[in-house]
Design a protein around this ligand. Structure first.
Ligand SMILES: CC(=O)N[C@H](C=O)[C@@H](O)[C@H](O)[C@H](O)COP(=O)(O)O
Ligand SMILES: C=C(OP(=O)(O)O)C(=O)O
Length: 395
């Protein structure tokens, strides 16, 4: 059983706990705090566990030239990348307001700290856990500092290979046992061929003592649901109010109806995953009673016969006999008279018996009568065992 830990106050993840679903609002709020609040409410209404943002201290995340680089994309909110990012970045005060709002709405609130200074701020803000965005999974000084703060961590693994992820695991583990690694491919939107859900299985082998999860950027919800079937204990998806809005992530996001369906589907799949113990369940009884196969005699089998396989057939039988799967165990066994058998003369013998059974002189009267309980070979046939047999001459 992979490790489980408390990711948010009162909310465990891993093991058999429900998958933790993160609605990644990211920068899909268009730089508008009212839209951001609407999205927090929407995340809650759709059943997600957490509303997440992206917090950067832009002068720490980017160098000067990177902020000055022209950003000519249709998704740009400014002439330079710096202008674009400044438009989308909420201030500390706005973060406090959003956190308060999330608290009122009753949904966990956090953000990825996109640089060390942002992590400092989020630590002061007392977020329940730190999200490490893919761009920081190779930022080892950041990982070490963040891990040392002692809050649980969700570490994404986009743009990375296994060797570096092993290093990430070791680095975080050294300072903090409570973290999860998410399989992620950083492309927007992500094609199915590039999702690589099997990495989840590899992660679980490589890192058996932490829960694993999935951060998806594909269109639709099916792949994220499949990730849960493959063992993801955390699922993160970008959310939007409109996929056609300006912004790099909207197309790879889910709209409210999809988010609600994603949550429902994940909860359904969780119910369906079960405990892995293969057994016939009580709910299968009606089907088994109607169509379950059992052993029937292919030929007349007199009492005392040693069974061979060619005497037996497998059928839907009324009443149901010995379960079909026991056919090979039956071979070599001697036949007794089972309950309900109509007696024939060759099933009966006359002996000095203990206890004394039906009088020997009644042997012919027995033929054609049914036995009410199983009679073993050589067992006395008592009057009460034979249906309609009356010991007294008068009946
Ligand atoms: C790798 C990473 O950080 N990815 C984030 C999370 O998935 C994204 O939301 C980016 O912030 C976003 O795609 C950037 O778009 P633009 O460059 O238009 O601001
Ligand atoms: C970029 C982020 O996430 P991911 O790498 O999982 O897409 C993020 O959380 O800000």
């Amino acid at each position: 059983m992979p490790l489980e830990f408390e990711l948010c106050p009162g909310r465990m993840i891993g093991g058999n706990h429900p998958c933790f679903i993160i609605a990644e609002i990211g920068q899909n709020h268009q730089g508008d705090i009212e839209i951001a609040k609407k999205m927090i409410k929407m995340a809650k209404d759709c059943g997600s566990d957490c509303a997440k943002f992206q917090k950067s201290e832009l002068d720490h995340k980017f160098n000067k030239k990177a902020l000055e680089r022209p950003y000519n994309s249709v998704h740009s909110w400014g002439k330079t990348y710096g202008d674009h990012k400044r438009h989308l970045e909420f201030s500390h005060e706005q973060y406090k307001e959003l956190q308060k709002y999330a608290d009122e709405v009753d949904i966990f609130f956090t953000a990825s700290g996109m640089d060390e200074m942002a992590v400092e701020f989020l630590h002061e803000l007392n977020v329940p856990f730190f999200k490490v965005a893919s761009a920081d999974n190779s930022n080892f000084p950041y990982l070490k500092k963040t891990a040392k703060k002692g809050r649980p961590m969700v570490v994404s693994s986009g743009m990375q290979n296994m060797e570096t992820m092993r290093q990430v695991y070791k680095t975080v583990k050294e300072h903090n046992p409570n973290f999860t690694i998410l399989q992620c491919t950083s492309a927007y939107p992500l094609e199915a061929e590039d999702v690589n859900l099997r990495v989840l299985t590899e992660y679980q082998k490589e890192f058996p003592d932490i829960p694993i999860g999935y951060s998806g950027h594909e269109s639709g919800i099916v792949i994220s649901v499949a990730a849960v079937a493959m063992g993801a204990k955390v699922v993160e998806r970008h959310v939007t109010l409109d996929k056609t809005w300006k912004g790099n992530d909207h197309e790879a996001s889910v709209v409210p109806s999809e988010l609600a369906e994603l949550v429902r589907s994940i909860r359904l799949v969780e119910r369906a995953l079960g405990n892995g113990v293969k057994q016939m369940l009580p709910c299968e009884k009606p089907c088994h009673d109607k169509l379950g196969k059992s052993l029937v005699a292919k030929v007349k089998i007199p009492k005392g016969t040693v069974l061979t396989q060619d005497m037996l057939a497998v059928k839907v039988a009324e009443p149901m006999g010995i379960p079909a799967e026991n056919i090979f165990k039956m071979v070599g066994k001697k036949v007794k008279i089972p309950k309900g058998t109509v007696l024939t003369q060759d099933m009966l013998a006359v002996k000095v018996a203990e206890p004394m059974g039906i009088d020997a002189e009644d042997i012919f009267k027995m033929v054609g009568k049914k036995v009410k309980k199983d009679v073993e070979e050589d067992e006395s046939i008592l009057p009460e065992v034979v249906e309609g047999y009356c010991k007294k001459r008068k009946c």
